[in-house]
Design a protein. Structure first.
Length: 138
């Protein structure tokens, strides 16, 4: 069994947005040379997420609206966490959207269902954050 690790860095210019990272993850799978196995993709920051869904603009707008209704950014005074920072809502949004995904690798390709893509979700952007990709298999 082999393993391969790589970190990607993203700096999203807005406070909240979603970035399709499927091609970057497939590129790391290609680098690894692993044909059969699993790929873990993990947001390494507690105000960011990795998730799988459809790459459809309307859905992403719905996510943003829904998340903002569940955990509105303002007023920041509504959160006990906020002291020196104003990102309590980002922690809550990350909890809902998830930390990581695992995707099977078959014949050297990420093995998705119809319409599935991997996304980096940012909830407290404007600074660099890392995503870990860890691949194991043969």
């Amino acid at each position: 069994m082999k393993s391969h690790k790589k970190e990607l860095t993203f700096k999203v210019p807005s406070r909240m947005d979603f970035v399709n990272i499927t091609s970057e993850v497939q590129g790391v799978v290609n680098e690894s040379g692993i044909e059969e196995g699993f790929c873990l993709v993990n947001a390494m920051h507690i105000t960011a997420s990795v998730f799988i869904n459809d790459d459809e603009r309307g859905l992403h707008q719905d996510y943003k609206k829904w998340l903002e209704q569940l955990a509105p950014h303002e007023p920041v005074s509504q959160y006990a966490h906020n002291g020196m920072e104003d990102n309590a809502d980002a922690h809550l949004k990350r909890q809902i959207m998830g930390r990581e995904v695992v995707v099977a690798i078959t014949d050297g390709q990420l093995d998705f269902g119809p319409w599935e893509q991997i996304f980096y979700g940012e909830f407290d952007g404007r600074r660099p954050k890392r995503v870990l990709i860890k691949i194991i298999g043969e």
